[in-house]
Write a protein that binds this ligand. Structure first.
Ligand code: GLY
Length: 351
């Protein structure tokens, strides 16, 4: 089985969702661009699992490859690793005709994408996501970045890939918690845009429909990116659960993972929106049920004041207002601009 979603943003590209496509990566690239050097960027957790397979696929198709392997984890997504990658590319005489391939999860895709965006002012870039979260969200849409000491994703560029290859065979080697993290984003897409998708994943029995689920999420993301590539309006809907989710992540000193924090953030946002009378339907119970069935948490130990403090620090720079994403009815979210100070009341109502 296979599905292809075409994205027409500042760059146009296919997202191919296919079991086993990793071993056809060379062939797929060859159909699009001639032989060149492939800079394979991956981490030390993914490399032992898939690097050899991907490398063989490229060399069999006539490509030269060089490999850059960094330490797995968000701590690596910084200027130091980026700088090492750029120096590595320069030492290996990578040119404008060559290609960066990101093989891994969100960290790899974000950082390799940023390297591709700035090296020689931009070279070709292929995403090969290996986590569910990267397949349904971060590999599509061109957000690339590294973290700074002051916060996550503070240095980056909008830079669309030239091709995305989603081999959902890779999901078989994911730890259940990492798979669940991706499901938080899938549930998010359902609540924001698509009740049918939400209903499909609500009972947690998702593996049998995984190609359909990934494809639907990529289509939804495609629509948002085509409408608002640079995140000035509609794309902000993808932040449902993220404002409070980021606060949960920070309060836990990043001990609570992004997906788990977003799950908690979605519950708070849904409950608050209902309690404040901002929405016509109360989606909270459905969201809680879907999250629980997909092995995701629905609350944290942090108080509204603790969560608000870190939100305030984060958003003060944004001129005093914040756009909250509100589930108007299941499958349709809207943006609501509120003064940052009102966020305390919002969190209190949702906790
Ligand atoms: N992950 C949210 C976005 O791409 O806008």
């Amino acid at each position: 089985m296979s599905a292809t979603v075409r994205v027409n943003a500042s760059g146009s590209y296919d997202v191919v969702i296919e079991k086993g496509i990793m071993s056809r990566a060379g062939e797929c690239c060859k159909a699009l661009f001639g032989t060149c050097k492939m800079v394979l960027v991956t981490d030390d957790k993914v490399a032992p699992l898939y690097l050899e397979k991907v490398k063989t696929s490229f060399t069999s198709a006539g490509y030269d490859t060089v490999e850059f392997i960094f330490k797995n984890g968000e701590e690596s997504k910084n200027i130091d690793t980026l700088s090492q990658l750029l120096e590595f590319m320069a030492e290996n005489r990578v040119t404008r005709s060559d290609t960066v391939v990101a093989l891994g999860g969100g960290v790899t895709g974000d950082m390799a994408g940023f390297a591709a965006a700035v090296f020689l002012r931009g070279i070709r870039f292929v995403q090969m996501p290996t986590t569910l979260l990267a397949m349904v969200d971060s590999s599509v849409g061109g957000k690339t970045a590294v973290d700074l000491k002051a916060g996550k994703n503070l240095a980056g560029a909008f830079y669309q890939p030239d091709l995305v290859l989603c081999d959902y065979d890779a999901l078989d080697t994911l730890e259940p918690e990492t798979f669940a993290e991706g499901m938080a984003e899938v549930i998010k897409y359902g609540v924001i845009f698509d009740k049918k998708l939400f209903d499909l994943v609500k009972n947690g029995d998702v593996k049998k429909d995984i190609e359909k689920i990934i494809t639907r999420c990529v289509e939804l993301k495609r629509d948002v990116v085509e409408a608002d590539e640079h995140d000035k309006g509609e794309r902000q809907l993808l932040n449902f659960g993220h404002t409070i989710g980021h606060a949960v992540e920070k309060c836990s000193n990043f001990g609570i993972s992004h997906g788990n924090a977003v799950a908690i953030g979605m519950v708070i946002a849904a409950k608050a929106s209902h309690n404040l009378g901002w929405v016509s339907e109360n989606c909270t119970d459905d969201i809680i049920e879907a999250l629980k069935n997909n092995s995701l948490p629905v609350k944290s130990e942090f108080t509204a004041e603790e969560l608000f403090d870190v939100t305030l620090n984060d958003k003060k720079r944004a001129g005093g207002t914040i756009s909250l994403v509100i589930p108007e009815v299941m499958g349709n979210c809207v943006l609501k601009k509120v003064p940052v100070e009102q966020v305390l009341e919002f969190i209190k109502s949702g906790i």
